[in-house]
Design a protein around this ligand. Sequence first.
Ligand code: ATP
Ligand code: MG
Length: 256
Amino acid sequence: MRRSGVMAQIEQVIGRVNEVEALAEQGCTSEVSRVVADDGVYLLKSASEQRYREWLRIEAERLRRNEQADWIPLPRFYGFFEDGDGSHLLMSFEKGVSLTAALKEASHEEKKTLIRSFGRFLHRFHERHPAESLKRSDDWLAHQLVRAEGYLERGEADGDRALLESLIRNKPVPVPQTMIHGDCTSDNVLVWDGEVYLFIDAAGMTVGDPRYDESLAVRRFQNDPELLGAFYEEYTRHRVSEAEYRYFYDGLYAFF
Ligand SMILES: Nc1ncnc2c1ncn2[C@@H]1O[C@H](COP(=O)(O)OP(=O)(O)OP(=O)(O)O)[C@@H](O)[C@H]1O
Ligand SMILES: [Mg+2]
């Protein structure tokens, strides 16, 4: 990030910045830094590629609206800044580590506790009445399939034409739509004191098919019956079938 224009705008919001340090744990689509200002610590998420700048703009909008009305567990919004080189989202710096990182350090028993907590966190979120600002009039899955087509045409997807056509032909029987995170992997929830307590990376948050979140959530421990069982001790509202898991994780997710 250039210290010039964008940094001046950031300092207008949070006061003098004393330190900007890249985090050890980075995502794939952006650069994340810890920003230390006179009055507090913030997280700056920056993207330079066009596609990821667009995602970041949508994430910023989500966090901004959440401040006003929704109160979904997400970081606080402080600002969104753009210049010729990139886009930058400034949010609260939240305690803890991603669930992925927490699981790496954990014993088998601790893993079960963490995963139970993830199940409980997601169950509560899916059971909540959808926030007004997330409601949509179109069909989420149909919309995702159109987006997938766009990524495929631009050569930006892992999935191929045959897979997309089979996803269009073999849509699962619909279930009631709920609020979803939209990229609900263990990378995108934070853990503190042994509990999953916050979503991050929320550009895909909307009202949609909860089986998409569920499939991405269980991906890491899909093949461990004990850990999978721990998740479903708390996530009791639904259990994805083999076919649903394949549709959402092996199928749809390959385009995003
Ligand atoms: N508000 C926050 N407070 C503290 N740490 C954060 C915060 N937001 C993100 N992080 C850290 O930054 C890392 C990357 O964040 P994030 O998932 O938003 O980036 P990303 O580039 O979109 O990731 P990807 O595209 O790979 O999913 C997280 O794993 C987490 O360690
Ligand atoms: Mg992420």
